[in-house]
Design a protein. Structure first.
Length: 89
């Protein structure tokens, strides 16, 4: 199926990870999705954080419904991107 790994340093999850006690499970904030045709996987993705639903939908629709290259779809800006500087929020 190939793939494009997107590394994540868990920068936005530091407080959550620091609160985990030894032996506690690591929280899974991912929404994994595997799309299949007959018995063959054609798309496997996972979104995290505030992008869970909109990014999952954007990537699935762009890749499967619109037949775009996954690299092109993932390179596009997120649906809920806030371009306003932090000091104005």
């Amino acid at each position: 199926m190939g793939g494009v790994p997107i590394p994540d340093a868990a920068g936005f999850q530091q407080a959550t990870l620091a609160a985990i006690k030894p032996g506690d499970p690591v929280p899974n904030a991912m929404v994994p999705l595997i799309a299949m045709t007959e018995a063959e996987p054609v798309l496997a993705i996972a979104s995290v954080g505030s992008s869970l639903i909109p990014e999952t939908v954007r990537i699935v629709v762009g890749t499967l419904a619109n037949h775009l290259d996954p690299l092109v779809v993932m390179a596009a800006p997120p649906l809920l991107l806030n371009m306003e500087p932090l000091e104005n929020r």
